[in-house]
Design a protein around this ligand. Structure first.
Ligand code: ZN
Ligand code: ZN
Length: 292
């Protein structure tokens, strides 16, 4: 079943035309429990990994026996997510992680591979597995139904002038836009109109744990863009407008359930997300990860 984000409750660029040049496309992945194969895009599924290629291990110190075999987190084929910009002939992104917290910001250590699927003729049948994993660090095998949507920046990344306008209820009324957040109109923009919750590729950086910080390539110093967002939930009570149309009945039925819906069963840094960023100059430069 595909998943469809409902039309945005407010046409935000009609109300605030200054936002129009800041629109960015993102691809919501909509992971749902399933049985993906190495030939499918997936979260927590088997990777198209060459039988004769070394499997990645984490060499950091852990409370356990030796290096830790990394765990598949996501496998994304460009045919499913055309937004990806792989290097050379590559058409497949693979992300793995070591399922333990690492210094300095207590997140799983990630490993990113770009691959040309046609070059993998003999697929590794039984990859090594980690001897253990931290709670909330093992994604449930999920199939994807990618969907392109449009995002606008977190309010903290906007100009002071635009931020003030978004926090002014009379500016919304003057534009004919209904804003139910009477006390903090800008939070309505933040929660329901700017950046989508859940797993996604591309778009804008999701801030929330910290104020925005520069994301500069460790190799060349260029700006970095969001690559993959690994989420601890697909929606919450304050991001209701992003619930896909096909999940509305389920979401309404579980309104009295205090937990946001989390099909991949991850729990990163007490419910936050991990957002991998890559260099604008070269996707092969080292990536960085942010917990937000
Ligand atoms: Zn590790
Ligand atoms: Zn770079």
């Amino acid at each position: 079943m595909s998943r469809t984000t409902p039309p945005r409750p407010v046409d935000i660029t009609a109300a605030f035309p200054q936002l129009a040049p800041l629109a960015r496309t993102a691809t919501r992945l909509h992971p749902r429990p399933g049985s993906p194969t190495p030939h499918d895009s997936s979260v927590g599924g088997p990777l198209l990994w060459p039988a004769d290629e070394r499997w990645p291990y984490c060499d950091e110190w852990h409370d356990g026996p030796g290096p830790v075999a990394m765990l598949p987190v996501a496998q994304l084929y460009v045919r499913d997510i055309p937004l990806l910009r792989p290097p050379g002939t590559a058409d497949l992104l693979q992300v793995l992680w070591c399922p333990f917290s690492h210094e300095p910001d207590d997140r799983p250590l990630t490993f990113v591979v770009w691959r040309t699927a046609a070059e993998v003729t003999d697929v590794l049948a039984a990859p090594p597995e980690p001897f253990d994993a931290e709670y909330g660090y093992v994604p449930a095998p999920s199939v994807l139904t990618p969907e392109q949507i449009t995002e606008y920046p977190n309010p903290m990344e906007l100009s002071e002038e635009l931020r003030l306008r978004l926090s002014d209820g009379s500016a919304w009324r003057a534009a004919g836009a209904d804003n139910p957040y009477v006390l903090a109109p800008d939070e309505y923009y933040w929660n329901e109109l700017s950046v989508t919750p859940g797993w996604k590729v591309g778009g804008w950086t999701r801030w929330g744990l910290t104020d925005p910080v520069p994301r500069l390539c460790p190799e060349c110093g260029a700006d970095m863009d969001p690559l993959l967002t690994v989420a601890s939930s697909e929606w919450a009570s304050n991001t209701h407008s992003w619930i896909p149309a096909e999940d509305r009945a389920f979401a309404e039925a579980s309104l009295d359930h205090p937990e946001p819906w989390n099909p991949t069963r991850l729990d990163l840094a007490r419910g936050y997300d991990l957002q991998l960023h890559i260099c604008r100059v070269s996707p092969e430069h080292p990536h960085i990860g942010l917990i937000q």
